[in-house]
Design a protein around this ligand. Structure first.
Ligand code: FAD
Length: 463
């Protein structure tokens, strides 16, 4: 589809940002998304220079009857920041960050990346807890929840969100906070992509010394029960400063694993400790007690270094699938099945399963405070696959979904929206569980025509 020339010309005169149409030299670079599975061909990509530009673009798209996609970091696992034959509102030029160190507040443009926020906050010895890869967008990550290395100590990204300014479906600029439009603010913190285009996030920052202590322990998959028992026992009273994860996957040749386990399924316990250095040894002692790994690493490093340490490994251009849920337990039979499933992952697919400890600061925020949930879940469980050959797409999807089916009986209601790449009926209800109906009623109020549908979509409730 091509846009009527006079329509786009009229829009161009009112728009101060950058417009990239199909004839533009940068079109192919501009429409690219992090997950190479999605090859969307928008009619036009608009890069607003201001909030007024965002409003003008939304108005233009609606007048023309064109679907829109909103883009921050472009990392949507489901390719939702691109749209065929529609208008992409690419917020990358609205990425300014201002820090007020006295009030410990950050005002962050809706197109900023995590690494920009990390650097700006740490310049004042402050932090907002965010995700683990620096080139991820603040926009998509925050609007879904925001998990990361600091979450047990400091909470989710949304737990630091104090207000947003957003352009709503009818083109208004609205402020939402616990005082202004509190219902909308509740919805934004977990299901935010459904409710508008956030042009500014305001975060409360916390003091943070800027050093992380990290470790990894590697065990053969044959010891999965013994390792799980230790991890499970540790989880019961792990200090909030420690964010541990247990991972399962195959130790691929060439990835630096010890010879003793290369080619086999391994169990890895990794942790980040965001507390005082003097506490590290005591805080992780119980994790190591009685377990002899085949390899271990322990190191301290500047937070800003750690936060971008995975940026290349998770770089643009690969293909990806992910699924997840929450659980309070993982049955022994599921562990055996996951080891076998990991061993059977097709060649060419890097497949892994992770059990991340929640709790701590996340669980101290009362259930229902935000549309993210459940907060009381003990573990986040997730399966993911990365590959490059398009011929492996179906096999990778199957691996990811079969892994989740193995833990199906362990799952409790609710999932984390940002770790689901499946776009299928019923998924939004599965994600938002008992919060779905309230969200659908709010969707009817704020976006009755479902303009913001590039997401795990909440359909406006019927009148
Ligand atoms: P985009 O594709 O730009 O946007 C994603 C969604 O958000 C789209 O629906 C888009 O329309 C919407 N959106 C984006 N910005 C705005 C805005 N300002 N206003 C309204 N809607 C907007 N998640 C974690 O919690 N923790 C992690 O550590 C983590 N690590 C990740 C690492 C990688 C390599 C990847 C690919 C993903 C990771 N995620 C993580 C998941 C990530 O949070 C989601 O993929 C998120 O949606 C990405 O946001 P984005 O802005 O980069 O993506």
């Amino acid at each position: 589809m091509t846009l009527a020339v006079d329509a786009i010309d009229r829009f161009r005169t009112a728009f101060e940002g950058e417009l990239i149409d199909r004839d533009h030299a940068d079109y192919d670079a501009a429409r690219r998304l992090w997950n190479a599975r999605f090859d969307r061909r928008p009619a036009v990509i608009a890069r607003p220079a201001s909030t007024d530009d965002v409003r003008a673009t939304l108005r233009f798209a609606r007048e023309q009857g064109l679907p829109i996609a909103v883009r921050c970091g472009g990392h949507s696992n489901t390719g939702w920041s691109g749209v065929d034959d529609g208008v992409v509102i690419d917020l990358r030029n609205l990425a300014a960050i201002t820090i007020d160190p006295e009030r410990r507040r950050a005002r962050v443009g809706g197109g900023a990346l995590l690494k920009q926020l990390d650097v700006a906050a740490q310049a004042h010895g402050l932090v907002c807890p965010v995700g683990v890869v620096g080139h991820t967008g603040v926009g998509g990550l925050t609007l879904g929840g925001g998990m990361g290395r600091l979450m047990r100590n400091y909470g989710l990204t949304i737990d630091h969100l104090r207000s947003v300014e957003l352009v709503t479906a009818d083109g208004r600029l609205v402020t939402a906070s616990t005082e202004e439009e509190p219902d909308l603010f509740w919805a934004i913190r977990g299901a935010g992509t459904n409710f508008g285009i956030v042009t500014t996030f305001e975060f409360e920052l916390s003091p943070f010394g800027g050093v992380l202590h990290r470790g990894n322990r590697i065990y053969p998959g044959t010891r999965v029960h013994e390792v799980w028992d230790a991890f499970r026992a540790y989880a019961d009273d792990a200090p909030d400063a420690v964010a541990p994860i247990l991972g399962l996957g195959r130790a691929e040749p060439g990835a630096g694993y010890p010879d003793a386990v290369t080619g086999q399924v391994i169990v890895v316990i990794g942790f980040n400790h965001s507390g005082e250095a003097s506490r590290v040894a005591a805080d992780i002692e119980a994790l190591d007690r009685d377990l002899q790994p085949v390899a271990r690493t322990d190191a301290s490093a500047p937070y800003l270094e750690v936060q971008v340490s995975g940026d290349d490994a998770h770089g643009w251009g690969g293909r990806s699938a992910i699924s997840g849920g929450m659980a309070n337990e993982v049955r022994p039979a599921a562990l055996d099945a996951l080891v076998a499933h990991s061993a059977a992952a097709p060649a060419g697919i890097e497949a892994s399963f992770g059990v991340t400890l929640l709790g701590g600061a996340i669980a101290r925020v009362p259930e229902g405070t935000t549309s993210f949930g459940p907060r009381g879940g003990r573990f986040d469980v997730s399966s993911q696959a990365g590959w490059t050959d398009p011929a492996l797409d179906a096999a990778a999807d199957r691996w990811v979904e079969d892994a989740m089916a193995i833990v199906g009986p362990d799952l409790i209601p609710g999932r984390y929206v940002n770790e689901i790449s499946q776009d299928e009926p019923g998924m939004p209800r599965s994600i938002y569980a008992d919060r779905y109906d309230r969200l659908a009623a709010l969707k009817r109020t704020w976006d009755p025509d479902n303009v913001f549908h590039g997401n795990q979509n909440i359909e406006p409730a019927a009148d």
